[in-house]
Design a protein around this ligand. Structure first.
Ligand code: ADP
Ligand code: MG
Length: 253
């Protein structure tokens, strides 16, 4: 993608769970080469928006367009194949497998099929290819020295990096991260921020869902703020920080 090119367009996207409107006609655009933030209080509809973009949830209405193609309603695997990859809010891993194995399997599953099924389907050639790719992506984010450790032995910070390596195995142009900094120590947040900046410098676009305002402010080019399922505002970090409406949403006043 050319820097600045509209990569992902979210148009009047809506999700209802019975009578609850979790996402209420939200629109925004992610451009190639930028880090976009999606913030808002708990329950604002951030994860649901994420799941609509990545095909994990079916749209009630609205459109999602990736590089000019309608992807809204496609299965998540089809969307991943086009270059959109994601991590989940809660780390998904097999604790008694190594970091490398977790990343290699994730690259195969693209977050969908069950791990056992995935393993049974592998032939040797494919397995070699997956492990080589997993190793490459772990090295890319500075985790090469930990790839033979058991995933369950990692602290939360490295676990989140492992998830990013896994998401990178499908060679995405757009990476979506759901609360990657949640629960991390200060140093781990800094390490994560450095990795995300590096990915941006390599030309990747990112959508970062975060509850942690400080983390998002230092990292993003633009921010969409959600509250009660709707888009409250969109702007640069400075504009968002200066907004009385955003302060009110966060402080609940
Ligand atoms: P956020 O990620 O911003 O904290 P969510 O997108 O997870 O918010 O949730 C938005 C709203 O939708 C919340 O009120 C939540 O309880 C509700 N919700 C989310 N997922 C479901 C679901 N699968 N079924 C019913 N309600 C849901
Ligand atoms: Mg969430």
């Amino acid at each position: 993608p050319t820097p600045g090119e509209p990569l992902l367009q979210v148009q009047a996207v809506r999700k209802q769970f019975g009578g609850l409107v979790a996402v209420n006609d939200v629109s925004f655009e992610i451009r190639a080469g930028e880090i976009m933030g999606l913030i808002g209080p708990n329950g604002a509809g951030k994860s649901t928006t994420f799941n609509l973009i990545t095909g994990v949830l079916a749209l009630t209405s609205g459109q999602v367009t990736y590089r000019g193609e309608q992807v809204g309603g496609m299965p998540s695997r089809a969307i991943a194949r086009r270059g959109v990859s994601r991590t989940f809010q809660h780390v998904k891993m097999i604790p008694d497998m190594t970091v490398l194995e977790n990343v290699a399997l994730g690259g195969y599953m693209r977050g969908e099929a069950g791990p056992v099924r995935a393993m049974l389907r592998l032939d040797r050639e494919e397995e070699r290819r997956l492990f080589a790719e997993a190793e490459r992506q772990l090295a890319r984010i500075g985790m090469a020295d930990r790839m033979h450790e058991l995933a369950g032995n990692l602290a939360l910070g490295p676990q989140r990096l492992m998830e990013i390596a896994r998401a990178l195995c499908t060679d995405p142009a757009l990476l979506l991260l759901d609360e990657p900094a949640a629960g991390l120590r200060h140093k781990e947040k800094q390490a994560l921020g450095a990795v995300l900046r590096q990915l941006k410098s390599e030309g990747m676009s990112l959508l970062l869902v975060e509850h942690d305002m400080d983390f998002v402010m230092g990292l993003t080019d633009r921010i969409v703020v959600m509250e009660f399922g709707t888009k409250l505002m969109e702007g640069t970090p400075a504009e968002v920080q200066a907004s009385p409406a955003v302060r009110a949403a966060y402080l609940g006043t």
